[in-house]
Design a protein around this ligand. Structure first.
Ligand SMILES: [Cu+2]
Length: 156
């Protein structure tokens, strides 16, 4: 066994010790802060009523839109409501190439008709409404979650 070599102070390698600390700070910001707060679970669990979409309403839950296809008469205002404590987006545009086993879409193309950052349930901005004045099929998706692909069908 040879003795561990000790770095002399002032060597360039000493600066490397700062890098792991900086990475820890960055990754700490990026991870969800929900861990370690189990006492809040009882108040944050959505009720059955919160998870049941009303008329002309879509709920985001379990990284899905519910319902994934909604059909409404022209002129209807559709409302999206967040049913969970993570953010989503309501982004209009075509999506496709969905993998049958994973449910992940392989393509998306935002068209700019609407694009709303849906705040987590219970926070300001946790719902969003859009009125469909023209008949047609309006695909939309959640930008960060590739399982969230849905459609509004507007009948004339
Ligand atoms: Cu999402």
């Amino acid at each position: 066994m040879s003795p561990t070599r000790i770095l002399r102070p002032g060597t360039p390698l000493a600066g490397l010790l700062l890098i792991p600390a900086a990475l820890l700070v960055l990754s700490g910001c990026a991870t969800a802060p929900t861990e370690g707060a189990p006492e809040q679970q009882s108040t944050q669990q959505p009720s059955d009523e919160q998870l049941t979409p009303g008329e002309n309403e879509v709920i985001t839950i379990g990284l899905r839109f519910m319902p994934e296809t909604i059909t409404v008469p022209v002129g209807t205002t559709v409302t999206w409501r967040n049913g969970e404590t993570i953010g989503h987006t309501i982004t209009s545009g075509a999506w496709g190439d969905v993998n049958e086993s994973t449910g992940l879409r392989g393509s998306q193309s935002a068209d700019g008709l609407f694009d709303h950052a849906l705040a987590p349930m219970g926070e300001e901005g946790d719902s969003f409404s859009f009125t469909f004045d023209e008949p047609g099929e309006y695909p939309y998706f959640c930008e960060p979650h590739l399982t969230m692909n849905a459609m509004v069908i507007v009948e004339g």
